[in-house]
Design a protein around this ligand. Structure first.
Ligand code: SF4
Length: 334
């Protein structure tokens, strides 16, 4: 059987905040992503989704757990294999303003990795490759952009340049971290459609990190969504299944808060209210299920005392919630 492209096994990341104090930003996350697959990680800010993305991109070392790439533990890669891995996994950051060097032209930005990794031979070939890359991200005609500086482009155009730069090294896996959240709402969908087109054309796997479940729903409709809460993955499922039949109480709350296109439907939509609006601090995580102080389906002592483990029902879907897991396992046994 072919191993998944990326497999996270019990991934944990702690940060030291004071001499004797640390927080666990990511705790025991297990997830696999196949070649060509889209997976969205969704959750409130501080839930650990960006830290997870950074560990996969090799920008942060896990405190515990493993990241496997094509079945190989990346912490055991030799120097040349590690460099290949870093090229194969590219990250697109949230802020297109900060991620592009303001003193370089768009041609300099896109051609630098092509030259550094000897992807093209002559100057003419590099220019032709830069043009092709810009056109692949819908910056057309590319010749209008090559000699411009980042400040002469709109936010959406700058983010397209970031995508083009990530593609210069023919990655297998793209991590898009809130990649459309800083661009105008009007061009978000167009940018997402460009990413979807590139995924199809280049067979890319994409980990799309967002706090916006409505965006995740749109982008990963044919993929899967993982929901994170206070460092833990609490539910993962195919997007359609997660939207139509959410299992975890936190997923239900998030979905009930998404406005519908029809204001009338939004007005009459059932809102699932949290028991508390306060998000607990990572410095003082609640005992048992970390969601229990807010959970509208709180089920007593077990929720308060026992940490629910992520229970997989099949390769695609899993939930970390005591009553939900017990009910699903009972259904499977019967
Ligand atoms: Fe809610 Fe209990 Fe499930 Fe946690 S384990 S999400 S508190 S029902």
């Amino acid at each position: 059987m072919t191993p998944p492209l990326i497999e996270l096994k019990h991934l944990t990341r702690r940060f030291q905040v004071k001499r004797n104090l640390s927080i666990t930003a990511v705790s025991d996350v297990s997830l696999s992503i196949s070649a060509g697959e889209i997976v969205c990680l969704v959750g409130e800010s501080g839930c650990g989704k960006t830290t997870t993305g950074k560990m996969i991109a090799g920008l942060l070392k896990p405190s515990e757990g493993e990241i496997l790439f094509n079945g190989q533990d990346i912490s055991h890669l030799k120097k040349d294999e590690w460099e290949k891995y870093r090229l194969g996994v590219q990250m697109i950051h949230q802020d297109p303003y900060a991620s592009l060097n303001p003193s370089h032209t768009i041609y300099d930005i896109v051609s630098a990795p092509l030259k550094a990794h000897r992807k093209t031979g002559s100057d003419a070939a590099t220019r032709a490759a830069a043009i092709e890359l810009l056109e692949s991200v819908d910056l057309t005609p590319a010749s209008d952009f090559l000699d411009k500086f980042p400040h002469q482009l709109s936010g959406g155009q700058r983010q397209r340049v970031s995508v083009a730069r990530a593609l210069t090294v023919n990655p297998k896996f793209i991590i898009a971290d809130e990649a459309v959240s800083m661009v105008d709402v009007s061009i978000r969908i167009s940018l997402l459609n460009t990413l979807l087109k590139l995924k199809e054309k280049n067979g890319l796997a994409v980990l799309f990190i967002t706090h916006d479940l409505a965006l995740a729903k749109y982008f990963a409709w044919d993929g899967r969504v993982g929901v994170m809460y206070l460092g833990k993955l609490v539910e993962v499922a195919p997007a359609r299944q997660l939207v139509e039949a959410p299992q975890h109480p936190y997923t239900k709350v998030l979905l009930s808060a998404i406005p519908e296109a029809d204001p009338e439907r939004t007005r009459h939509k059932e809102r699932i209210e949290l028991r508390s609006m306060d998000v607990p601090s990572l410095l003082r995580l609640p005992s048992g299920c970390a969601f229990h102080p807010r959970c509208p389906y709180f089920a007593g002592e077990k929720c308060e005392k026992v940490i629910p483990q992520l229970t997989f029902f099949n390769d695609d879907s899993a939930v970390a919630c005591h009553p939900v897991a017990e009910k699903r396992l009972l259904q499977i046994r019967n």
